[in-house]
Write a protein that binds this ligand. Structure first.
Ligand code: 6PG
Length: 468
């Protein structure tokens, strides 16, 4: 009997996805560049598991039911191109090739274009949820030919995470690179969310002198509130963890240099290209970059001065304000990400359904949160919503929370704690709700030095002034 699907690349994600398919009753063919990984996966499997180890691409392709379904789980970049080239002569029209890595969406567009005339159906699929998600239910974002989606849908629905209402966290995203585009923005939002949580941690730790374990209690409690989310939950668990070697909280022993693989940066870069403002996502990328200058920061900390004040207010009040500030800034960051998706959908002709995207992020993925149920509802009740902030539920929550966000940023400023994520979120909110911004002055300056012209508020037409 032939395999229903084949997985190439048995790193932790490929390995776990293969087991997830198998657990749902599918026969899975396996291939890895080095045979060792294939052998060790098979060695750890139970004898009755429907796994077929193969040791050449020819053997792998020969074991697949036709049309073939192949999930590539190799490192983004050149390895994907190399694997496509190696597979192409072995495949036939109608075969489906899925790239499940964090590929750059323009690479996916290019590969789609290259394969278009071969009849091979190329699917760029975003996969979120890390190792656990891959094994027990990820959120899946497949883009590419609709025909491929129709073929894959039953299998993908089986392995995907299920939302609270039982709905599988997978749907057809859109043509060409749409799936990888949406996964990229998911990660941009992930960066922003993580940065906002980190600022909250920083402020409470420094202002109140709380230990990691006390902070764990706070995040644990917040996870029972409107803030309920995977990232808040794991933050509590991280803060709770003790380092066996030193006996200190492990988080206190970890070097404060954030790394990044590029998806957050791509989100910021692309937002500039399509003309969407995502300052909080960019702030998160910037803060990771700044964090990595550890050596310079250590030097600068001895040279540059800042406030020396201590927080004088009521601790319980600060905790309460911070909770509201975190939720408000999180809403604004998600609004930025959804705004980018809306803009990109027009720019690239992706025809994204924002309610569907929010719906498949309700479970399985890293940004899963109670908030995503609200975002889904907001777009369902108003599919033409131009900005999430305008949805009645968001407007009302921000009306009651924005003051806390202001207070918390002010406290951060007073204590010299960088609040780049929260500050940009508030500035975005204030800019978006401003009937009049000072861009009139910018236009005048441009016209002054470069005769770039301006428009007037009282008359139609294009104007230029001899300013001197
Ligand atoms: C996910 C994650 C996953 C990966 C991040 C890490 O959705 O499951 O986003 O794709 O862990 O890309 O990104 P950085 O290394 O850039 O933080």
């Amino acid at each position: 009997k032939k395999a229903d699907i084949g997985v190439i690349g048995l790193g932790v994600m490929g390995h776990n996805l293969a087991l997830n398919f198998e657990r749902h009753g599918y026969r899975v063919a396996l291939y890895n560049r080095t045979a060792e990984k294939t052998r060790s996966l098979l060695a750890s499997a139970k004898p009755d598991q429907q796994l077929i180890g193969t040791y050449s691409l020819e053997e792998f392709c020969a074991h697949l039911e036709r049309p073939r379904r192949i999930l590539l789980m190799v490192q983004a970049g050149k390895p994907v191109d190399d694997m496509i080239s190696a597979l192409q002569p072995l495949l036939e029209p109608g075969d489906i090739l899925i790239d499940g890595g964090n590929s750059y969406f323009l690479d996916t567009e290019r590969r789609h274009e290259t394969l278009k005339d071969t009849g091979i159906l190329y699917v760029g699929m975003g996969i979120s949820g890390g190792e656990e998600g891959a094994l027990w239910g990820p959120s899946l974002m497949p883009g590419g030919p609709y025909q491929a989606w129709e073929n894959l849908a039953p299998m993908l629905r089986d392995i995907a995470a299920k939302a609270e209402d039982g709905e599988p966290c997978v749907d057809y995203i859109g043509p060409r690179g749409a799936g990888h585009y949406v996964k990229m923005v998911h990660n941009g939002i992930e960066y922003a969310d993580m940065q906002l949580i980190a600022e909250t941690y920083h402020l409470l730790k420094n202002a109140l002198g709380l230990s990691a374990y006390q902070l764990a209690d706070i995040f644990e409690k917040w996870n029972q509130s409107e803030l309920q989310s995977y990232l808040i939950q794991i933050t509590a668990e991280v803060l709770r963890k003790r380092d066996d070697e030193t006996g200190h909280p492990l988080v206190d022993m970890i070097l404060d240099e954030a790394q990044q693989k590029g998806t957050g940066k791509w989100t910021s870069q692309n937002a500039l290209d399509v003309g969407a403002a995502v300052p909080t996502i960019s702030a998160a990328v910037d803060m990771r970059i700044l964090s990595a200058f550890k050596h310079e920061r250590v030097q600068a900390s001895r040279i540059l001065s800042g406030p020396t004040k201590a927080y004088q207010g009521d601790p319980a009040n600060l905790i309460n304000l911070t909770q509201q500030a975190l939720y408000a800034s999180k809403m604004i960051a998600y609004a930025q990400g959804m705004g980018l998706l809306r803009q990109a959908s027009l720019e690239y002709g992706y025809d994204l359904k924002l309610d569907r995207l929010a719906a498949i992020w309700r479970a399985g993925c890293i940004i899963r949160a109670r908030l995503l149920g609200d975002i889904t509802a907001a777009y369902q009740s108003d599919p033409g919503l131009v900005n999430l902030l305008l949805a009645p539920a968001f407007r009302d929550t921000l009306a009651s929370h924005h003051q806390a966000l202001r207070e918390v940023i002010k406290i951060g400023i007073d204590l010299g704690i960088p609040m780049m994520g929260m500050s940009t979120a508030l500035a975005y909110y204030d800019a978006y709700r401003s009937e009049r911004l000072p861009a009139n002055l910018i236009q005048a300056q441009r016209d002054y030095f470069g005769a770039h012209t301006y428009r007037r508020i009282d008359r139609d037409g294009i104007f230029h002034t001899e300013w001197t």
